[in-house]
Design a protein around this ligand. Structure first.
Ligand SMILES: [Zn+2]
Length: 385
């Protein structure tokens, strides 16, 4: 497949005009800076690695191999636009919040759960009819009050989501996950045998870990360069803030992003099979990998990063709780049967305490992601040799 065909099939390139229309000029500028940063900072092992934001309201990012040795990472505008709109709304709720928490548990079964009608534009999964979806998202975003400092923070959070998504997909390409899958599938005696579902899950966990490691290293690098970064033309697409604010927003972004992919509010057990662990576990892996990366890359920053990331997670959790209170009081409408309780919680991601009961599961899955890293090193050694 050629680059142009891959982009066209995914919805076509989102032009600057479209970005400005959907994200506002300030949001579009931040997104463009983040894209430039990623494009300039990454190299494929061989061939060209393109990164495109495509004009689609989907939530599904993808990495595709192209003709020759080239590849492309496709990020739908729908994810970035939802991230910005949701971040603006969450920050507004946080600013006006009453700090009451709706409690729940990711181990609870939630039969009949559905998204509150007013949150469908950001949390819903659509099929077809992009025009209607863009209108709904724009009207959702338009009803959030403008506020300069919150909007800047929301653009940062959006850029950081974009960074995570791009780095996750790029890991699939750069680390040649498809090649490892091929070797294992063909029972190549040079690599250990492994069941394909376990391998696929391991590859996704590995991509999450590497996305967190790369993002953490980028933020630390830009912070360490501080004033010098601007002179060198390094712009990350985030506001010129301190290291603590940057990592706080980064952790807010990760928490929010995984909440957006928590589409079924299913229990952890519902995720026993399939390619992805529960979103809450994916967040925990991201957090763990961020701290591990800082420990080895910039240990002096560790204390600040630990505090900032905890704060970001906490603030996002509080904001989601406020969103749930607003839901409970009817601000986001009611489902057809009138029972708003069916729409709560908005996400199963916000709960901190049950994580304590899930430590062994989280650690076990994390080890799988690290084990894949070992297999990739082995594979690259074989193929180079
Ligand atoms: Zn993936």
């Amino acid at each position: 497949m050629r680059l142009a065909d891959a982009v066209a099939m995914a919805g076509g390139s989102a032009s600057h005009g479209i970005l400005e229309d959907v994200l506002t000029p300030a949001g579009a500028a931040a997104a463009n800076e983040a894209l430039t940063f990623v494009r300039e900072g990454t190299e494929a092992t061989d061939g060209l690695l393109a990164l495109e934001v495509v004009n689609s309201n989907s939530m599904t990012c993808a990495a595709r191999r192209l003709e020759g040795r080239d590849s492309v990472v496709l990020i739908p505008l729908g994810v970035i636009a939802r991230a910005r709109a949701l971040a603006r709304r969450l920050l507004q709720h946080l600013a006006h919040g009453k700090s009451v928490r709706v409690v729940g548990n990711p181990l609870d079964y939630r039969p009949g759960w559905e998204i509150a009608p007013g949150l469908v534009p950001v949390y819903g999964q659509y099929e077809g009819d992009d025009e209607h979806q863009w209108d709904a998202l724009k009207s959702f975003d338009g009803s959030t009050e403008p506020d300069e400092s919150r909007d800047t923070a929301a653009s940062d959070i959006m850029s950081l989501c974009l960074l995570y998504l791009a780095m996750h997909e790029m890991t699939h390409v750069v680390s040649r996950h498809d090649r490892l899958l091929e070797l294992v599938r063909s029972s190549d005696p040079r690599v250990p045998s492994m069941s394909l579902p376990v391998l696929r899950r391991g590859l996704e966990i590995n991509a999450d870990i590497m996305a967190a490691v790369t993002t953490a290293r980028c933020l630390a690098m830009v912070s360490l360069l501080s004033a010098g970064a601007k002179e060198k033309g390094i712009a990350l697409g985030v506001a010129d803030t301190g290291l603590d604010t940057l990592f706080e927003r980064c952790s807010f972004a990760a928490t929010m992003l995984f909440s957006m992919y928590d589409t079924h509010r299913a229990t952890v057990f519902n995720y026993d099979e399939g390619s992805y662990p529960h979103p809450l576990i994916r967040y925990e892996h991201t957090h763990e990998a961020t701290l591990e990366a800082i420990k080895s890359f910039a240990p002096d920053l560790l204390e600040t990063v630990v505090q900032s990331t905890e704060l970001g997670w906490l603030r996002c959790n509080q904001a989601i709780s406020e969103l749930e209170n607003a839901c409970l009081f009817g601000e986001y409408g009611k489902p057809a049967d009138g029972n708003i309780l069916r729409c709560l919680p908005v996400t199963a991601l916000k709960y901190g305490t049950p994580v304590l009961h899930m430590q062994s599961r989280i650690a076990e899955e994390y080890r799988l992601g690290i084990q894949i890293e070992g297999l990739l090193v082995l594979m690259n050694g074989l193929e180079d040799g």
